[in-house]
Design a protein around this ligand. Structure first.
Ligand SMILES: [Fe+2]
Ligand SMILES: [Fe+2]
Length: 310
């Protein structure tokens, strides 16, 4: 049997519910508003795509690169939200006959993630209308979710917290300040950010609650699980960055030399690792929570595992 979260967190769950009610939006009425993308529009900012580092590309080629990566950015969020939602529902079970405020906060969280997955499917369909044939993203979200959810709850909540914290950082630090992005693309991630702000708070509460239930040995195994999960994410990034770089090279409209092709492939991988792993593990809040839960030796074990990705 699991314990009910102690009373002090009641206010944090209440505030998350209130913020969720204020933020609540509709895919068509608020986000898409009958708009579509134009083939000339930039999707992902350079700070995330690293397009500016490919100095041999022309302006239109950099826009195309931002579209390829932006399309994958939306698809990858849709992918991870499958396991995030399943984990949130599993965590909510402990409150079915307990703290109804915590339960409502998590049910809203789940409802929002279902809506976000629908939003990202819509973004994929809109991107497909304006981008050339040949793009592929054929990773099954259910297969990924099954693999992730086989790991300890602590490690899945840690990964979820990491993802939801970097979602906030990407929007505030890179997407919002970029004046040259597609308004629709920007709105998708502005509305997403509005609801993700509550999720990051709830992830932290549930991660801490799970941590309190573990023995030292459980926690040490959970740290190993987290390292394995990050390695699995990296496997996905290696495959998708290779697919996206090949698509970009084939569809950019001119030949690239072999060294240029190698640089494009390496830059895609570096950009994806930055987006989905490194910007999260470097996030101040994430590091602060993690350091508060694990020993210096365990922290070092994680740092060692991440070193090859830098
Ligand atoms: Fe989301
Ligand atoms: Fe979320």
């Amino acid at each position: 049997m699991t314990a009910i979260i102690p009373q002090p967190n009641h206010d944090r769950y209440s505030r998350a519910i209130a913020a969720s009610r204020r933020a609540r939006w509709n895919i068509d009425a608020d986000v898409i508003r009958a708009r579509s993308f134009a083939s000339s529009e930039k999707f992902l900012p350079d700070a995330l795509s690293l397009a500016h580092e490919l100095t041999f590309l022309g302006d239109a080629e950099r826009v195309f690169l931002s579209q390829v990566q932006g399309r994958t950015y939306a698809n990858l969020f849709g992918l991870v939200e499958r396991f995030i939602n399943a984990k949130v529902l599993a965590v909510a079970e402990q409150y079915f006959l307990g703290d109804q405020t915590a339960l409502e906060a998590l049910v809203r969280f789940s409802d929002e993630e279902l809506k976000h997955q629908e939003l990202f499917r819509r973004v994929e369909a809109l991107a497909a209308q304006v981008l050339p044939e040949g793009y592929s993203f054929d990773i099954d979200p259910n297969d990924v979710a099954r693999a992730v959810l086989s790991k300890s709850s602590w490690s899945v909540l840690a990964l979820t917290c990491l993802i939801e914290l970097f979602t906030l950082v990407h929007y505030k630090a890179s997407i919002e300040p970029d004046a040259h992005l597609s308004e629709l693309f920007k709105d998708v991630f502005r509305f997403h950010w509005m609801e993700e702000s509550q999720h990051a708070v709830l992830d932290e509460l549930e991660w801490l609650a799970e941590d309190a239930r573990l023995t030292a040995a459980d926690r040490d195994r959970a740290v190993s699980d987290l390292i394995e999960l990050v390695a699995a994410v990296d496997g996905i990034l290696q495959a998708q960055s290779a697919a996206d770089a090949s698509y970009f090279i084939a569809r950019a409209g001119r030949p690239f030399s072999t060294p240029e092709q190698d640089t494009i492939r390496a830059t895609f991988l570096r950009a994806y690792r930055h987006q989905y792993i490194l910007s999260g593990v470097k996030d101040t809040r994430f590091v602060e929570i993690l350091r508060g839960l694990i020993s210096a030796a365990q922290f070092e074990r994680i740092a060692q595992a991440l070193a090859p990705l830098q």
